[in-house]
Write a new protein. Structure first.
Length: 289
């Protein structure tokens, strides 16, 4: 009877002994295996400024600077099929325009991205602002359910987009900087907002001026939809003191447009005509002898 009781006790304690042994083994050997399944990620610091891209072209900082933004990128492919995503089309067009401007000389150029990387919309304009750019061109490729829709479109910031962001921009600048050469320091919130709004309106007028030059220079080389010049409150265009346009270079959903956008000849036509508009825009602002 006593032997029977001992057997039952040992049977009951067996799982406990096994579990204790597993814990001891894990403590002894577990650390050696840890690197195989522990992944450590370095997260970006909140509020850290994005690194600025290189500026190419003349070393003379007085020469005008154009920042070219290839839309989408990284995990955001944009429109288009998997084998021809918008992010790849826009990057190829941006590089073509950059190369054309650099080949002709006299103008400095920077790309917001020169690889397949993701950027937030505000970061794109912020790069141009921090580089103190003279012109910002954001390149995209449109898409529509109607496969017949085709042609390029130029967008500038609408009046509504300007007024809606004036107060926020003034607060962001914290009245400690300048906008278009106007010092905001020491001004009230209301006055700062008015000054920023006036600056935006001036930049909007210059943006329209550049867009019309593109239409003039590209009239025979690119096909445009009607109306070719439109305005909207695009986040990427909301800059207080920087002429900015969003260039929808064509409809990637249209077979003919897609063929042009991805061909060497089509990219060359886009780059050549847009580069001519850029030069005409800055030539108008050079001091006359």
């Amino acid at each position: 009877m006593a032997s029977r009781i001992v057997d039952l006790v040992l049977l009951a304690l067996a799982p406990v002994a096994i579990y204790a042994g597993m814990i001891a083994a894990d403590r002894h050997f577990g650390h050696a295996r840890a690197p195989a399944y522990v992944v450590r990620l370095v997260l970006p610091v909140a509020g850290a400024a994005l690194g600025l891209p290189p500026v190419q072209g003349p070393l003379d900082a007085s020469r005008p600077l154009v920042v070219i933004d290839a839309g989408h990128g990284g995990h955001d492919p944009g429109a288009g099929p998997a084998d021809m995503p918008e992010k790849a089309v826009t990057l190829a067009l941006a590089r073509a325009l950059r190369d054309q401007l650099l080949a002709e000389g006299g103008i400095r150029v920077a790309l917001t991205r020169d690889e397949d990387r993701y950027l937030l919309l505000p970061e794109r304009a912020d790069i141009a602002r921090r580089l103190k750019a003279d012109l910002f061109i954001s390149i995209h490729a449109d898409s529509a359910d109607n496969a017949e829709a085709s042609g390029a479109t130029l967008y500038t910031l609408s009046d509504r987009g300007s007024s809606d962001t004036a107060a926020q921009l003034a607060a962001k600048e914290n009245r400690a900087d300048t906008v278009n050469g106007i010092a905001l320091g020491g001004q009230s919130d209301a006055v700062s907002a008015i000054l920023v709004d006036l600056s935006q309106r001036e930049s909007a007028a210059r943006s329209v001026e550049f867009a019309r030059l593109v239409l003039r220079e590209a009239g025979g080389a690119l096909r445009f939809r009607e109306p070719a010049l439109q305005s909207a409150a695009f986040v990427v265009l909301k800059s207080a003191d920087l002429p900015s346009v969003l260039f929808e270079a064509g409809f990637i959903s249209n077979e003919a447009d897609a063929r042009e956008l991805t061909s060497d000849a089509g990219r060359a036509a886009f780059a050549d005509s847009t580069a001519r508009a850029v030069r005409a825009f800055f030539a108008r602002r050079e001091p006359q002898p």
